[in-house]
Ligand binder design. Structure first.
Ligand SMILES: [Zn+2]
Length: 102
């Protein structure tokens, strides 16, 4: 009787705080001859981990992208400030005007 139950139950060992015991959930997914409950389905678990990994990667990519945008903005702002400063100092106009002098 109990063996019959084992056959249809999830075959994952779980830690219950005292020791290992078989997962009490019903095995609904068969993987390589073993039954697993929805929670312990190795494929679903791998998929979940993959999704978490992908989500983490997407988050990281987004962060990097934002940093890049911020960096480009900073570089652009720096260029603008530098150009304004050079114009203000008459450096750019002087260089262009130096042709006449030379
Ligand atoms: Zn299970």
């Amino acid at each position: 009787m109990s063996e019959e139950k084992q056959k249809t139950g999830c075959s994952t060992d779980v830690w219950d705080g005292w020791g290992h015991s078989k997962c009490s959930r019903k095995g609904v997914i068969e993987r390589e001859g073993k039954l697993y409950c929805r929670q312990h389905d190795p494929v679903a678990k791998a998929k979940k981990e993959e999704e978490r990994d992908a989500a983490w990667r997407a988050q990281w990519d987004e962060k990097k992208r934002q940093h890049r945008i911020q960096g480009e903005r900073d570089a652009f702002a720096r260029d603008c400030v530098q150009e304004i400063a050079e114009r203000a100092a008459g450096k750019i106009d002087k260089d262009e005007g130096s042709k006449d002098e030379g």
